[in-house]
Design a protein around this ligand. Structure first.
Ligand SMILES: Nc1ncnc2c1ncn2[C@@H]1O[C@H](COP(=O)(O)OP(=O)(O)OP(=O)(O)O)[C@@H](O)[C@H]1O
Length: 286
């Protein structure tokens, strides 16, 4: 499974898919995201890692538009979207999954995806009173359920799904908007090894037209999926580099070993043994 790492031939002249410039978000005296810059080409496979409280989720919130920066800019395809509403960003192709899967338990698995895709569907108007259009929505939703391996459970109430299945449903709902940029917040959290394997297969199989920013504590997932990694520490970019380089970077190891310099809360995600294994695995691959 080799994610796309080579930009398209005209990538040098085209604007990056996403361009973050000096992005800063403060909560009172705490600077959660501090002067962050990041450029991603279309189809990027990019991971953001860092200790608890490093600012990873806040960064995703700023990109998705559910939070606003105090300073800095966000551009999508060269257009400034810093002040663009979340719903509009979603229609422009930014989708996300959440740390806690956002699933509507009362609805069926299929209807969760239909609902998520509704605002994005070209034939959404009047679909509620036109069965043929309703069928179109259901067909594309079924396609996304197939992608995540839930097609066989389409008519089950979402409340009956396991944690791993809810995560896959959350992913199908994110895919329902046919995103160009998929923001994934700890998609492997709480998954069994088998589920993580399935997740890797699904994400690895997504087309190049979908760029991914992956926030993840499982370093082996990062090593498998990402071609480039940004390490955040106390809101700042410690390093952005190709995955193997970033995971092996001495500052990264120091940061994870010295919570006083980076982590504000807890240190459960110190990936010391995993990072070492993942780095070795990445080195072995290439
Ligand atoms: N709405 C908020 N109000 C005040 N402080 C906040 C808010 N959101 C986040 N923070 C603080 O900003 C810092 C960064 O939080 P964030 O959730 O982005 O970190 P993270 O890297 O995603 O952490 P984790 O890995 O634990 O999810 C933390 O100190 C957090 O407590």
């Amino acid at each position: 499974m080799t994610p796309p790492s080579t930009p398209a031939p005209n990538a040098a002249s085209a604007p990056p898919l996403l361009d973050l410039t000096r992005l800063t978000r403060r909560y009172g005296s705490l600077t959660a995201v501090d002067d962050v810059g990041l450029r991603l080409p279309p189809g990027a496979r990019h991971a953001v890692i860092g200790p608890n409280g490093a600012g990873k989720t806040t960064l995703l919130n700023l990109i998705a538009g559910t939070d606003r920066p105090d300073h800095g800019t966000i551009a999508l395809d060269g257009a400034d979207i810093t002040r663009t509403a979340t719903a509009r960003r979603s229609r422009l192709g930014i989708a996300r999954s959440f740390q806690q899967p956002s699933v509507i338990s009362e609805l069926s698995v299929l209807d969760n995806v239909v609902l998520a895709g509704w605002p994005h569907h070209p034939k959404r108007r009047g679909a509620w009173r036109r069965p043929s259009r309703h069928r179109l929505h259901a067909e594309s939703a079924r396609g996304h359920l197939e992608t995540v391996g839930l097609a066989g459970l389409a008519h089950r109430p979402a409340s009956t799904l396991s944690h791993g299945q809810r995560r896959m449903l959350d992913l199908a709902a994110a895919l329902a908007g046919n995103p160009r940029l998929l923001l994934l917040d700890e998609p492997a959290a709480g998954l069994t090894d088998g589920d993580i394997g399935r997740l890797l297969g699904i994400l690895g199989g997504l087309p190049d037209s979908v760029a991914i920013i992956l926030v993840e504590h499982h370093v082996e997932v990062v090593a498998e999926l990402a071609t480039e990694v940004t390490v955040l520490a106390a809101g700042r970019v410690l390093v952005t580099a190709p995955t193997r380089e970033a995971l092996a970077h001495p500052d990264v190891r120091d940061a994870y070993h010295d919570p006083g310099t980076t982590a504000r809360s807890g240190s459960s995600d110190r990936p010391t043994p995993e990072a070492t294994e993942a780095t070795e695995a990445t080195e072995a691959r290439g």
